[in-house]
Design a protein around this ligand. Structure first.
Ligand SMILES: [Zn+2]
Length: 333
């Protein structure tokens, strides 16, 4: 589209120009136009360009251990040691890049400051839970982060190899975006990808170690962002860990079987009781104290101490979140 008309133009113009210098100049200019995208010609050049322009945040491949794999060489099966990696996108870089987009930080600040004028509760920042999480640090600007986890199959889910390449994906969103932006795909950020098998082999504490460490950094030290109205220091706090029932139970160290007696992450209602129970029984709700003693004995549906509790503002018993799509719209667990 560009090159052909340009060479026609070049021929026409240079044949009518006698001055050699001007002729060279025109040829050079046209050659520049013809090769406008030469520094983006290969994939490597494109990635290099985006890295340099800081518009692209490269993923970090982190070694978490090794696993055994059998490999067939010349009709013999041998044991092979394979490295296991997780793919992690640095959360602080994503947050910084996002909040530094013109108008983003201003829109969020406006939304937060208007929350007190809204009559009803429409955001976590108006809740008593959030006030608790902030530990009365009114002078700090702390923004809530929601972490979302789910697993998906990249191969044919009905085939004989189903499950081998199943991937666990962790995403995050800012919990203080105005409702019209909150569920837009471009405002949901990828945080990590790992093989589901690896989570079973190495456990939650290894798989989510990097995420928890970075979230702790964000809670304690925060990040600096430069906005239109100057530099601002912002802290973040993980308010909720979201997902479908299986996903949340899995990464919180609760039983992954919904035919277990105590499968519910909120209460001690047995499987039998949940089939007939219509009203909440407050005496059955899991509390911090009961949770601590359950962890010691690994009973009542608890498989391990919830790794997310190591975040200073988070506790599994206050993570009262449900996935409306899975629980109601889809009509199943
Ligand atoms: Zn329950």
């Amino acid at each position: 589209m560009i090159c052909e008309p340009l060479s026609m133009l070049e021929n026409k113009v240079t044949s009518n120009v006698d001055n050699l210098e001007v002729k060279e100049e025109i040829k050079k200019m046209i050659s520049c136009f013809q090769n406008m995208f030469s520094n983006l010609r290969t994939e490597w050049k494109r990635f290099d360009f985006f890295k340099r322009s800081s518009a692209f945040i490269p993923v970090e491949s982190l070694l978490i251990g090794t696993r055994e794999n059998d490999k067939r060489i010349k009709q013999r099966t041998i044991l092979d040691i394979v490295e296991s990696h997780i793919q992690y996108v640095p959360i602080e870089k994503t947050l910084q890049a996002f909040l530094q987009i013109p108008n983003v930080f201003r829109t969020i600040s406006c939304f937060i400051s208007n929350l007190s004028n809204v009559g009803s509760i429409c955001n976590i920042m108006q809740s008593a839970l959030w006030a608790d999480m902030k530990h009365n640090e009114e002078n700090k600007l702390i923004l809530p982060i929601f972490i979302y986890f789910d697993e998906f199959e990249i191969n044919n889910p009905l085939g004989s190899h189903a499950g081998i390449y199943k991937i666990g994906a962790t995403y995050f969103v800012l919990g203080c975006l105005p409702p019209q932006f909150a569920s837009q795909l471009e405002n949901i950020f990828l945080l990590q990808l790992h093989y589901s098998e690896d989570r079973k082999t190495f456990g939650n504490s290894v798989i989510f170690a990097k995420i928890i460490e970075s979230c702790r950094q964000l809670e304690e030290h925060g990040i600096n962002i430069s906005t239109e109205s100057g530099d601002v220091h912002v802290w973040f706090s993980v308010a909720f860990v979201l997902g479908d029932n299986l996903g949340v139970n899995a990464i919180m160290g609760l039983t992954e079987s919904f035919s277990a007696t105590n499968f519910c992450r909120f209460c001690y209602a047995t499987k039998h009781l949940t089939q007939t129970q219509l009203r909440e029984d407050e005496s059955l709700i899991r509390t911090r104290e009961k949770y601590t003693s359950d962890v010691k004995t690994l009973s009542n549906g608890i498989k391990e101490n919830c790794i997310w509790n190591s975040l200073s503002n988070f506790h599994i018993t206050s993570n009262m979140t449900c996935d409306v799509m899975h629980d109601i719209y889809e009509g199943k667990k």
